[in-house]
Ligand binder design. Structure first.
Ligand SMILES: Cc1ncc(COP(=O)(O)O)c(C=O)c1O
Length: 349
């Protein structure tokens, strides 16, 4: 860590820098000029590598950020008169500024509650069967976030139950994988086991939160949905002319295995923080810590104290409370300092 850095950033995993593996590949890609708009060798290699990672002949596209990935993918999965069923805390509902509705020309999001930030088959079925008349936006897509916005994960049984109800009502399944790597690490499951093998049609796989400078991969397992997706990206301003600088760092994550080790590390750090908080009277964990986010209820004066001491964290995400997110470079020392500051602030409150 550079001496001028005061790393008190735990607001999100996108406050972290670029991991060494991604940076090495980025620099290597910078050594030579190459073709633009994804016609370069790095993009080719990265997309092939995704196919082997998923053990599936999928279509892969790179975009700059998660909002675009979700919005454009959802737009490709349905028509403007369709609806997308998602959890009431879903990022697509709460934090994308209407992007999914905008890019789909008006598809409506229908929200459902569900324990621990997760949709379930009953909630989905209720929304689908609530109405069947022409005046209701026809349900066509289920969107699930893996890991969820509150740091929990869907296990394979839960995913299969969602696929079963999706099959019953002819719904397509979209996965917001902003923290997909963390879910794989948490469940010790392969990417295939958590996607096409449980009927996911399309995945938005975040690299930004996993150690890239920027960049998300949109992975279509249902390849019919990928038709003309390159045009959709271009029209939305998401076709990077120097795509190799997104693809090469991705390749760095995939070839070295850093995508998984980064996620495992971030998850382990979150567990460490949750264990520390559990021992503090006055701190109340809100959800099981199954990925890399920790949600905790703390008295308002304690939150104010922490902010005064320079800690960054969000209180508007999910169901309230303070959210601390660990990343590939979070250290035990940093978390010990945070825990000590929380302990002191609690004692003083
Ligand atoms: C669950 C989830 N989905 C998607 C995103 C992508 O957002 P962005 O457009 O900021 O990359 C985020 C980022 O915080 C997220 O937490």
């Amino acid at each position: 860590m550079a001496p001028h850095c005061s790393p008190r950033f735990l607001a999100s995993d996108n406050t972290s820098g670029i991991c060494p593996e991604a940076l090495d590949y980025l620099l290597e890609a910078n050594a030579c000029d190459d073709l633009a708009y994804g016609n370069d060798s790095w993009t080719q290699r990265a997309t092939d590598r995704f196919r082997s990672l998923f053990d599936y002949d999928c279509d892969v596209f790179f975009v700059f950020n998660g909002t675009a990935a979700n919005s454009l993918t959802l737009a490709a999965m349905g028509q403007s008169y369709h609806s997308v069923i998602c959890h009431e805390l879903a990022h697509i509902e709460t934090d994308e500024c209407g992007g999914p509705e905008f890019f789909s020309n008006g598809a409506k999001l229908l929200t459902s509650a569900g324990r621990h930030g997760k949709l379930n088959a009953e909630g989905i079925e209720q929304l689908v069967t609530r109405r069947s008349d022409i005046h209701y936006p026809k349900p066509r897509i289920v969107s699930i976030t893996q890991a969820t916005e509150v740091g929990t994960v869907y296990d394979r049984e839960e995913l299969l139950a969602i696929r079963t109800v999706a099959d019953k009502y002819d719904l397509r399944v979209h996965m917001d994988g902003a923290r997909f790597a963390n879910a794989c690490a948490s469940l010790e499951a392969t990417p295939a086991e958590l996607t096409w093998q449980v009927g996911v049609d399309a995945l938005c796989f975040s690299g930004t939160k996993n150690g890239l400078p920027m960049g998300e991969a949109v992975v279509f397992f249902n390849r019919e949905l990928a038709e003309d997706f390159d045009y959709r990206c271009k029209q939305a301003g998401q076709l990077a002319s120097k795509m190799r600088f997104i693809a090469a760092p991705w390749l760095g994550l995939l070839e070295t295995g850093a995508w998984l080790s980064n996620a495992s590390h971030a998850n382990a750090m979150a567990r460490y923080l949750a264990d520390g908080l559990r021992g503090l009277p006055g701190a109340e964990l809100m959800f099981p810590t199954q990925a890399n986010s920790v949600f905790v209820q703390l008295p308002p004066p304690v939150l104010a104290q922490l902010r005064e001491r320079g800690w960054t964290f969000y209180t508007f995400i999910g169901a309230g409370g303070a959210r601390f997110v660990c990343a590939w470079n979070t250290t035990v020392e940093l978390l010990d300092t945070l825990l000590a500051d929380i302990r002191q602030a609690l004692d003083a409150s």
